[in-house]
Design a protein around this ligand. Structure first.
Ligand SMILES: [Zn+2]
Length: 282
């Protein structure tokens, strides 16, 4: 699933490609992708995008103050800019055609369709946006904010920092990288953190996300609209490989469909985390 750095680079690409283009047609090829009914899709025809922004894992394409297209790609959605008269395929769920002959499409392969599109007068009308926590690269994300959200919580760090209501935009891959950077175990309870550890976590969140944006931007051709390559990550999907800090082996634990990668030496006092079902209980 794309996370904050991927989406930020997609936002930049969309901003360059779409702003100023007139929308000639809007199609929900897969009608269930459209989660709102109050504003008809035809309302977009003749409009131009004025700005592309991001909130958490949502991309917000703004035509005017009271008209926004909000996109959440979920697990398998991809944004594609189709050129010329390419026919939409079965996997094409949504399309916006522009005056230069291009069409921005949401393509979703595989069985379950999860991507979402909202047509709203205000992005806050999207329930998942209304409940979002702070943007970790904004001025609002301070050590004091983080401390206030963590203090006294019997919740484990991995679950907590991927909770969109606490911090917006972090998913399982960047969470692993952040906890590695902060030298904190993914199963530590928030309530057990010292002030110094909270500061370390705060710094790691910002550093890892900023680095991620730079890495993905440097791998993109300026029009990247897909999830970026993650070859720069230090623990994510690196089970058995040497830790870049201590040289020990990166380990993984599983819970349901999610895997967590970590360095036992750097993050867990040299001990492997028991791989039991309860480890990620919130
Ligand atoms: Zn290590």
């Amino acid at each position: 699933m794309p996370e904050l750095p991927d989406l930020e680079v997609m936002r930049e690409g969309l901003d360059r490609r779409l702003v100023g283009r007139e929308i000639l047609a809007a199609n929900a090829y897969s009608p269930s992708i459209l989660k709102t009914a109050s504003i008809p899709l035809e309302e977009l025809v003749g409009e131009r995008f004025a700005a592309v922004s991001r909130r958490g894992k949502h991309l917000i394409l703004t035509c005017r103050d009271d008209l926004h297209v909000v996109v959440h790609l979920m697990l398998a959605g991809r944004l594609v800019i189709a050129r010329g008269a390419t026919e939409p395929t079965k996997a094409t769920a949504f399309g916006l055609a522009f005056d230069d002959g291009s069409e921005l499409r949401i393509v979703e392969n595989g069985g379950i369709k999860l991507a979402k599109v909202y047509l709203v007068g205000d992005p806050i009308d999207v329930p998942a946006i209304a409940s979002l926590g702070v943007e970790p690269l904004s001025e609002m994300f301070t050590v004091a904010y983080l401390k206030e959200r963590l203090v006294g919580l019997r919740r484990q760090l991995k679950g907590l920092i991927t909770d969109q209501r606490v911090i917006a935009g972090i998913g399982t891959a960047y969470a692993d990288e952040i906890l590695f950077e902060a030298r904190l175990s993914p199963i530590r309870y928030a309530s057990a953190l010292t002030d110094e550890e909270i500061e370390r976590l705060h710094r790691a969140i910002m550093e890892v996300l900023r680095r991620g944006i730079e890495e993905i931007r440097s791998r993109s051709d300026g029009v990247l609209l897909a999830e970026g390559s993650r070859d720069f990550m230090r623990v994510y999907k690196r089970t058995g490989q040497p830790c870049p800090v201590c040289g020990g082996r990166i380990a993984e634990i599983r819970y349901a469909q999610k895997r967590t990668y970590y360095c036992p030496n750097c993050q867990s006092k040299g001990r492997a985390i028991p791989d039991r079902r309860s480890w990620m209980k919130r």
